[in-house]
Design a binder for this molecule. Structure first.
Ligand SMILES: Cc1cc2nc3c(=O)[nH]c(=O)nc-3n(C[C@H](O)[C@H](O)[C@H](O)COP(=O)(O)OP(=O)(O)OC[C@H]3O[C@@H](n4cnc5c(N)ncnc54)[C@H](O)[C@@H]3O)c2cc1C
Length: 448
């Protein structure tokens, strides 16, 4: 993705450059063929209010994007008005209060760089260019989220433009229902976020990464081990594994075990990742690195180069699961053997969420998270690969308790994404705050 450099403007369908401007809003290089009638690149709140007024007047349904990282390209719908918030990307830090006001178009890496100057931290997404707009609405599993909570738990308030054009603030005491809804509704939110008010955290002093790589033939052993150690991995470690056709260093199908760690002392960091050195399958690893100091920004940039290149075609899907590992292994082997070429990959995350979280729309998760990301470059391969991710997850559906909205593909595979009572409450709030259905809801639901 590129940061927008030009001043935002209004594009009408059919104008020269319209298609390019619309497709440039999306990280995923796949062209779904849908085009809005109008694209409004907002520069400020007034532009947002004018866009919504026009949408009302002309009967246009509204979709919104900030950083365009929805894998499913949720904002690219046929007809209607597409509102891009990419240019509303300011960051204002109050270092004394440890708070910040951040525009939805702000990228995680930009926020992190600003906070570094103040010795402060926010659990931004793992990819540098994911914007706060969509990231915080869907929950936000960011750096240190196992320790600090989901990023949305550090949202202390929001400025919103509602369907009727009013600018309101929402927090625990002011418009609490909107505050509740914004933290977890993800691509089904029914207002425009124009500013997030964030609680900031102390910056970690010791940050590093340990890596271990296994060949494909060890797949069953590696996932059994990961499953066994899951509940005991320290919260300072974001233990995750990537299965890929071209694993780091061995350039063959394999499993990359990553243990990024964020702590306040190097000694603590070393102890936290010791379980990798002590692993009973360590001898089977092709290699194990020492714990190497590196910043989260560096890790994010490298991950983008190696695993998340932009402007290529992607399909993604996921499941939350508590199922026994033996029942998951056939599905995991199928993912490995059917995966499109690298950098396609599958993510396994030992989340083990806390016993409880604050009351908010976000309400569905499990101990383990499994996601698949298929990548290809040529339009002629669309038919071959675009259903790969949903196909893999369909075969494992019976082991799933639902999906996470970060990697949703609801248009292709509907699945539960929040607790039933929360979804009911969210639907009634939608009726209250967006009675005419101005905003699109999740794909595959309500309006497709
Ligand atoms: C390479 C990559 C890495 C990722 N890494 C992580 C990660 O580490 N952790 C994680 O939790 N997720 C991750 N994600 C998922 C990502 O957080 C979600 O896709 C998120 O929605 C992206 O936000 P965005 O603003 O960039 O995307 P957009 O596509 O712009 O937004 C997604 C949806 O959110 C809604 N929306 C966006 N902005 C607004 C707004 N201002 N007001 C109202 N609604 C709005 C819209 O419905 C929109 O369709 C990753 C995705 C990618 C592609």
């Amino acid at each position: 993705m590129k940061r927008p450099k030009n001043k935002g403007r209004v594009w009408e369908r059919g104008q020269t450059g319209f298609d390019e401007a619309v497709l440039a809003t999306s990280f995923n290089g796949r062209d779904p063929g849908h085009r809005p009638q109008v694209l409004v690149e907002a520069n400020n709140i007034l532009d947002v209010q004018n866009a919504l007024a026009r949408a009302h007047e002309e009967g246009l349904k509204v979709s919104i994007c900030s950083g365009g990282h929805s894998w499913a390209q949720n904002h690219l719908r046929e007809g209607g008005l597409l509102l891009s918030m990419a240019r509303i990307n300011q960051v204002k830090v109050d270092a004394e209060q440890k708070t910040a006001r951040v525009g939805p178009g702000c990228w995680g890496i930009d926020l992190n760089r600003t906070l570094k100057k103040h010795g402060l931290f926010f659990p931004v997404a793992h990819a540098p260019d994911v914007a706060m707009g969509g990231f915080l609405l869907q929950g936000g599993f960011g750096w240190a989220s196992r320790a600090l909570g989901l990023a949305t738990q550090s949202v202390i308030g929001l400025d919103l433009v509602l369907a009727d054009g009013r600018l309101v603030h929402a927090n625990e005491t002011e418009n609490p229902d909107l505050y509740w809804a914004a933290r977890g509704s993800g691509p089904g939110f029914f207002a425009v976020v124009v500013c997030y008010h964030l609680k900031l955290h102390q910056r970690y002093k010791s940050v590093g990464m340990k890596v271990q790589v296994f060949k494909r033939e060890n797949l069953d052993d590696v996932y059994r081990w990961a499953d066994e150690i899951g509940p005991n991995v320290p919260r300072s470690v974001e233990f995750q594994m990537l299965m890929t056709p071209k694993a780091m260093g061995i350039f063959k199908p394999g499993i990359e075990v990553f243990a990024p760690v964020l702590t306040h002392s190097w000694q603590e960091a070393k102890q936290a990742v010791q379980f990798i050195n002590d692993s009973p399958i360590r001898q089977k690893a092709s290699f194990t690195t020492p714990l190497v100091p590196m910043s989260t920004n560096f890790m994010s940039i490298v991950a983008n180069i190696t695993h998340f290149p932009p402007s290529v075609r992607w399909c993604a899907d996921n499941i939350w699961t508590n199922a026994p590992i033996d029942s998951l292994l056939p599905g995991l082997n199928n993912i490995m053997d059917s995966m499109p070429p690298a950098p396609s990959h599958s993510l396994w995350l030992n989340l083990y969420p806390p016993q409880s979280r604050p009351d908010m729309a976000y309400s569905l998760e499990a101990d383990r998270y499994l996601a698949v990301y298929g990548e290809w470059k040529r339009a002629v391969d669309d038919a071959k690969y675009e259903n790969w991710a949903t196909g893999c997850m369909e075969t494992m559906q019976q082991h799933s308790v639902g999906i996470q909205l970060a990697d949703e593909n609801l248009g292709k595979r509907p699945a539960p994404f929040m607790a039933a009572e929360n979804l009911e409450k969210l639907d009634s709030l939608r009726e209250k705050h967006d009675p005419t259905g101005l905003f699109h809801a999740w794909m595959g639901r309500h309006d497709q």
